[in-house]
Design a protein around this ligand. Structure first.
Ligand code: FAD
Length: 522
């Protein structure tokens, strides 16, 4: 472990001066941060005013309101972030630091009460991070070197200019590379290509010691695997090398409705076991989660027919698949699809087909977002529950949760997702945690609520977790945050020791991402 830096005479002078300037009101300085921080080059890019610190203690969830950070750094280079981390690491009273991508977390995971939040997007605004650089190599494989602060929508646009695109996505593209790689990054392509963390060749990572390290499967591999799915605990991703493939131009997008869960899930599992489809997801429609949610892509003329089906059955399951195509395959794609979907048991007459561009498909959630924003319904509390459910229990989960618990709340709340994934597309050396079965389902209960009525939805989430516990369903939570070490240890299970050892190795003073509450409490 590196030695603590002795506080030099100049630091003492600056410290005294800082006390003085703050006491005469030149620049108020939070007591919790060392005054010597003001002597660093980055001082002018550190904001301590309430506007900045309030902004950095908000997130998409709008459910937790811990104390604000003491300061927010708007870096103008990766060196700025390195200076900050090094300073904290070498100080006798290290303070916590959280990288913040877009703050799309649900429960304060990108916050740092009394510490410093690093607004990663600032690197994009000044074009001073790693940016997005595409390398086209048809023999060894093409890739994009992308700053951790970049959004996936920008990666899509930049790579398409070269006729290329990443293969693994999230449903929503206004998330940062650093943010999704710290979780996993899942969507309908995961069954085929694995999550986003399975599609990274190399990264530059600034560890909790302030060292900038390049890592990959072969070089500094312990850090590489620690950081992927690592919840921001081991380092700040400043660059990731993302695998690219030739981009298809268009998409055949098909949705099929079912009134029976076992038929629906059997068809889902069949489709992920064969080659040919590029995307597969699934969702539920019921009175409180109708087909016109922000995530839906049905045209309004289709609602009445679907709604009457919901009235008749209570719950309807929607299987959603995609096949990519381009000029070369445009005349065979329909035939191929027919072959792939042969023998499925969806409700006759309830199949809906669309033909859209790749960008319109990948960016499908954005129009729903704009719609909600226009109505003031985007920046509201989001008591989401995201789970991975082992295949062996999904039928019990359907009876206990989808059929019994979810319909109990009758206000319209948001979309509910359910689709299968394959364990061997995930690399067990990463920090991500998934169930111990070859096939598992991701379930997303994506509630939105009014400013003051999120508690019944939170209580329902608790009821779901209690049900799983009682029924012995060995779920793993995704995008969640526990508040006790014991719960985190249970979450990681056999991976806990490795997770803890990696923390001691790469962030021994427990500086990074305190909002996850794994090694720090707020
Ligand atoms: P933040 O919330 O800012 O940060 C998340 C965590 O990562 C924090 O702990 C933070 O400290 C850390 N972090 C941020 N940047 C870095 C970095 N550069 N290096 C290291 N650590 C860093 N997820 C999916 O997998 N699939 C989906 O389909 C999906 N859809 C979504 C749809 C919506 C509308 C929303 C709001 C979220 C969705 N998510 C999805 C969840 C998303 O992946 C997480 O919220 C994730 O945290 C990304 O958000 P962010 O970039 O804003 O990161």
């Amino acid at each position: 472990m590196a030695k603590s830096c002795p506080i030099s005479t100049s630091f003492i002078i600056i410290s005294v001066l800082s006390h003085f300037t703050s006491s005469i009101g030149l620049r108020p300085w939070p007591d919790v941060l060392p005054y010597e921080l003001q002597s660093l080059d980055i001082a002018s890019r550190l904001r301590v005013d309430p506007d900045a610190t309030r902004m950095a203690s908000r997130d998409f969830g709008r459910l937790v309101h811990p104390p604000n950070p003491a300061a927010v750094l708007y870096p103008s280079s990766i060196e700025d972030i390195a200076s900050l981390v090094k300073f904290s690491y070498n100080h006798s009273s290290p303070f916590s630091i959280a990288a913040r991508g877009q703050g799309h977390s649900l429960r304060g995971q990108a916050m740092a009460s009394h510490g410093v939040v690093v607004e990663m997007r600032s690197l994009n605004n000044c074009s001073c991070g790693s940016g997005i650089r595409v390398t086209k190599n048809p023999i060894w494989g093409s890739y994009a070197d992308v700053g951790g602060e970049q959004e996936w929508i920008d990666v899509l646009q930049a790579t398409l200019k070269h006729g290329l695109a990443p293969v693994s996505w999230t449903d929503y593209l206004y998330l940062t590379i650093g943010g999704t790689l710290s979780n996993a990054g899942i969507s309908g392509q995961t069954f085929r290509h694995g999550p986003q963390i399975s599609n990274v060749y190399e990264m530059d990572v600034l560890t909790g010691k302030g060292e900038l390290v390049t890592c990959s499967k072969d070089t500094n591999s312990e850090l590489f695997f620690a950081v992927l799915g690592g919840l921001g605990q081991f380092g700040i991703i400043t660059r990731a090398r993302i695998a690219l493939e030739p981009a298809p131009k268009r998409v055949k997008w098909i949705q099929m409705l079912y009134d029976d869960f076992s038929t629906f899930s059997r068809d889902q599992e069949h489709l992920i076991s064969i080659n040919g489809l590029d995307y597969l997801e699934g969702s539920l429609f019921m009175q409180n989660s109708p087909p016109n949610s922000w995530r839906s892509s049905f045209s309004p003329s289709e609602y009445p027919r679907i709604s009457s089906l919901i009235s008749k059955n209570g719950i309807i399951y929607c299987l959603e698949v995609v096949k990519y195509y381009d000029e070369l395959t445009s005349h065979t794609v329909d035939e191929e699809l027919q072959e792939l979907l042969k023998g499925l048991n969806f409700l006759p007459g309830f199949v809906f087909t669309k033909d859209v561009s790749l960008v319109d498909f990948l960016n499908r959630v954005h129009s729903g977002e704009l719609n909600l924003r226009a109505k003031g319904l985007w920046d509201v509390p989001h008591p989401w529950l995201n789970l991975f459910v082992p295949r062996s229990s999904i039928s019990d989960f359907n009876s206990g949760v989808f059929r019994d618990i979810l319909p109990k709340i009758n206000q319209t709340t948001g979309p509910f997702l359910v689709y299968p994934m394959i364990r061997n597309k995930w690399d067990d050396r990463t920090s991500a945690v998934i169930p111990d079965e070859d096939i598992f389902y991701t379930v997303g209960v994506l509630h939105s609520s009014g400013a003051d009525d999120w508690e019944p939805l939170e209580n329902q989430n608790k009821e779901i977790l209690k049900f799983c516990d009682k029924a012995g369903i060995k779920i793993k939570r995704y995008l969640s945050r526990y508040t006790t070490k014991e719960d985190w240890m249970n979450h990681f299970g056999p991976k806990w020791r490795t997770f803890e050892d990696r923390k001691a190795q790469f962030d021994p003073k427990m500086i990074l991402s305190p909002g996850q509450q794994i090694f720090n409490s707020v």
